[in-house]
Design a protein around this ligand. Structure first.
Ligand code: AMP
Length: 124
């Protein structure tokens, strides 16, 4: 079920638990601002989720309220993950779902990073 992106942050969402190390994830990257791990239900050969360490519900929440330093740190982390995975030359896709129409299911901001194959049309 898509979440309501205007609700307050839920400290018990699944990505908060991954950040705290309470449930396992297959991490590919971490730094001061972000962690990245493989999606449990991959939609492409490479499907990684990059999430900020901060408690932000959605792209809307983050872009409106996060400090500039945190925004810069997160955006750079997304780029670093793609570079580290060798995805720049073949290319990749970023996606952030927001709210009902976006189909966001986990109420902690996450950017999907897809690659490893031609990705086809932007929207199925
Ligand atoms: P969204 O629909 O944009 O909120 O995407 C949520 C994503 O989180 C989906 O692609 C799920 O497969 C993924 N996901 C849910 N639980 C886990 C988990 N425990 N570890 C890794 N990925 C997960």
């Amino acid at each position: 079920m898509p979440i309501d992106p205007t609700l307050p942050y839920d400290e018990n969402n699944i990505f908060a638990k991954i950040l705290r190390g309470e449930i396992p994830s297959n991490r590919v990257y971490e730094d001061e601002w972000a962690i990245a791990f493989h999606d449990i239900n991959p939609q492409a050969q490479i499907h990684v989720l990059v999430i900020p360490r901060g408690a932000w519900v959605s792209w809307d929440d983050f872009s409106a309220r996060a400090p500039a330093e945190e925004i810069a740190g997160f955006v750079r982390a997304v780029g670093t993950v793609a570079r580290d995975m060798g995805l720049v030359e073949p290319g990749y896709r970023l996606l952030a779902n927001v709210g009902q129409h976006g189909g966001q299911e986990v109420p902690h901001l996450h950017v999907h990073l897809f690659g490893g194959q031609p990705l086809g049309r932007m929207i199925a």
